[in-house]
Ligand binder design. Structure first.
Ligand SMILES: [Zn+2]
Length: 432
């Protein structure tokens, strides 16, 4: 669990289930949680003499877990979409369920509660009794980890690579070498702790590596290997997914939604209707979630997956796992992350290679080539060199480009906002 208004508070574990498979009874699994939450929502909770109102903001889970907790059909069922009433078509040749219709009416909480959705319902879920909760709108599908990075991005790359997506052959040794050469040259920001691994190894890539590939390499690499039609189609997805992770592009989110709609329709015409799987179809519902909950990273499952991994690492052996987990968790005292309280922004930090500028909770500038570029409000692209504090004001120095172009090498979309090209020979020698 995390607290929406306090993103700096670490993920907290509120329940744990042990079994060799998922719980046999949905009621047994969820009812205690629903009852406790309802009690908290009715009475509130007093912390430090202050009455705090409790509401459930959203359930964040991967697609099978969402279907499980809602007691509905799984993603590969013809009534498997949790947001709309699209009817899937089973493609006998490819043996997959696909969802070519893009305009099906949305599902509603009212109809769900009245069990009006036929085969969509598998069993009654205790979640239906949760107060102040809309079972359609408050269960998100636009999860950056499962839907985007480990979903559509991974499937597309693996499909092109193996030749299963599109009409071309699988990527040759020469193509793979060419891609690896480019990947080697891409500078990845320091927040990512590793470089991009070789494209042969996508089978071992983590979701975050697909995210790195999408954001920092895909538009260069894929231009080399896709057809013009496939590349322009891919850039619809790329552009939309670059707009959704930030509030600063909020005014462009409706346009990003239209791009994703176009992407889904063209997925069918370029790669075949049977390729519009549940993940591709779900791109149609990303805007709805982003519009309600905020930018994609705000409600992605990355931090919960990381918490699960951390808990797994603390287990000493396979004996009494539940007791061990409970003990380890009770030993950990949740603390706020140090940067939020102990170090009010902005502040600087001296390192052996220069000064690190902590501008705010999102922007940190490092004196190294991966994370030293920034864009000013008046559209200067600046290479950061140093920073100093005078009182509570931070002064940042850097060198700006005298000439920049809106990139046209990699796209021709006006929605590729804040993506520029520049030549290093136009970088000023004087600091500003
Ligand atoms: Zn749908």
């Amino acid at each position: 669990m995390s607290i929406e208004e306090m993103p700096e508070v670490p993920v907290l574990m509120v329940g744990n289930f042990l079994g060799e498979s998922k719980p046999a009874s949905l009621k047994e699994y969820l009812e205690p949680l629903v009852n406790e939450l309802n009690e908290l929502m009715e009475t509130g909770i007093v912390i430090a003499n202050k009455l705090i109102t409790v509401r459930v903001w959203a359930f964040i889970a991967d697609s099978p877990a969402r279907a499980f907790i809602k007691g509905v059909a799984y993603f590969n069922h013809k009534n498997g979409c949790q947001k709309c009433t699209v009817e899937g078509k089973f493609n006998k040749t490819a043996r997959v369920m696909c969802f070519p219709n893009i305009d099906a009416p949305p599902r509603t909480h009212e109809n769900f509660r009245n069990c009006n959705y036929g085969e969509h319902h598998r069993e009654t879920t205790p979640l239906i009794k949760l107060l102040h909760f809309d079972i359609i709108k408050n269960v998100i599908i636009a999860d950056l980890l499962h839907l985007i990075d480990f979903g559509v991005t991974r499937t597309s790359i693996n499909g092109w690579k193996s030749g299963k997506l599109g009409s071309g052959p699988k990527w040759s040794k020469e193509t793979i070498d060419r891609i690896n050469n480019i990947l080697d040259k891409v500078e990845i920001p320091l927040e990512f702790h590793r470089k991009l691994r070789s494209i042969e190894d996508t089978g071992f890539w983590k979701a975050s590596e697909f995210n790195m590939f999408l954001n920092y390499a895909s538009f260069i690499v894929l231009k080399e290997v896709l057809t013009k039609e496939q590349y322009e189609h891919f850039m619809l997805y790329f552009s939309a997914i670059r707009l959704f992770p930030s509030d600063s592009y909020k005014e462009h989110w409706p346009a990003a939604h239209i791009m994703l709609k176009q992407f889904v329709v063209q997925y069918g015409t370029i790669y075949g209707e049977h390729r519009i799987t549940s993940n591709v179809h779900n791109l149609l519902h990303v805007f709805e979630d982003v519009n309600k909950f905020g930018p994609l990273p705000k409600f992605s499952s990355y931090r919960y997956e990381a918490k699960l991994q951390d808990v797994g690492k603390t287990l000493r052996n396979g004996h009494k796992v539940l007791v061990q987990t409970a003990n380890r968790i009770s030993e950990q005292i949740p603390t706020r992350s140090s940067s939020s309280e102990n170090s009010p922004f902005p502040y600087i930090e001296s390192k052996s290679n220069g000064v690190v500028a902590h501008v705010n909770s999102i922007i940190t500038l490092y004196p190294s080539k991966q994370s030293n570029w920034f864009l000013t409000h008046d559209d200067y692209i600046v290479q950061y060199t140093s920073a100093k504090m005078e009182g509570s004001v931070m002064y940042i120095s850097g060198k700006a480009f005298s000439e920049i172009d809106e990139s046209t090498t990699y796209h021709s979309s006006r929605w590729m906002i804040d993506m520029f090209e520049a030549n290093m020979c136009h970088l000023s020698t004087n600091e500003m």
